[in-house]
Write a protein that binds this ligand. Structure first.
Ligand code: URA
Length: 248
């Protein structure tokens, strides 16, 4: 594993800014592999070195969990020759070699979809959330191109509740969706909750009932809701209370 500067690692572990860390190094006993260090540039291998601050061992591999309000026109992947990616929106403290290796997305949103996107280093959580067996619910705000009459809304509600056959998309074959719930907000706006995440699923569901998505935004996963204070492109770290909401 590539080495990293001590101050960058400690900043990432929540010890403050690099300036704060220079103060900590002067004031407190910071040990690297048992030896006192004052040098913020000390090179650390997070896989083999140990650090303690004032007698407390620092866990260098605490998992990171981030919630982003993904903006439109940005790709949900870590590499794209052409477009800006969601990883490009993270600040430098999330670009350490360790995080570049381990931080990944929990599922994806289409380029033109906005809303709740999770990043984590925790592979177990990712596996649990994207496994089709677990049926984690995802709710989307759906703005439709064409307003629906109350009668057709009722029909759509019933078809989605039953499971609907959607057509092929790119190389993805047709399939029948699992039962899904829709809550109509007005003639052309609804909240749709699905329990799977197939390719272009929401868009294909509305095409199957003769409409089209004009704007799509994921607003929750499990009981975890997109923080309304996050503007598109902004993100925040999540902690235990938030993660608890991702349990079924
Ligand atoms: N369904 C879609 O069609 N697109 C998304 O981005 C997410 C769900």
């Amino acid at each position: 594993m590539a080495k990293e500067r001590l101050d960058k690692l400690l900043a990432h572990e929540g010890f403050g800014s690099r300036k704060d860390i220079r103060k900590i190094l002067r004031k407190y006993e910071v040990l690297v592999n048992g030896s006192r260090t004052y040098d913020p540039a000390t090179q650390i291998d997070p896989d083999t070195d140990t650090i303690s601050v004032d007698g407390e061992e620092v866990n260098l591999h605490q998992h990171v969990y981030l919630m982003m309000n993904k903006p439109q026109h940005v790709v949900s992947s870590n590499k794209d020759g052409e477009h800006q990616t969601v990883f490009d929106l993270l600040d430098d403290s999330f670009r350490t070699p360790y995080l570049q290796d381990k931080l990944h997305l929990v599922g994806r949103l289409d380029m033109d979809t906005e809303g709740l996107l999770l990043f984590t280093t925790d592979g177990e959580l990712t596996h649990r959330l994207i496994s089709p067996k677990n049926h984690i619910n995802k709710t989307y705000l759906c703005c439709l191109e064409h307003p629906e009459t109350p009668d057709h809304q009722q029909e759509i509600t019933a078809q989605f509740a039953e499971g609907i056959e959607v057509g092929p998309d790119d190389n993805d074959p047709p399939f029948t969706t699992e039962p899904a719930q829709i809550k109509w907000i007005d003639a052309s706006t609804a909240h749709l909750t699905i329990y799977e995440g197939k390719y272009h699923q929401v868009k294909r569901m509305f095409i199957a009932v003769g409409n089209k998505i004009a704007f799509l935004k994921r607003i929750s996963m499990g009981r975890l809701e997109l923080d309304p204070d996050l503007k598109p492109g902004e993100y925040k770290e999540l902690y235990d209370d938030d993660l608890e909401k991702l349990n079924n």
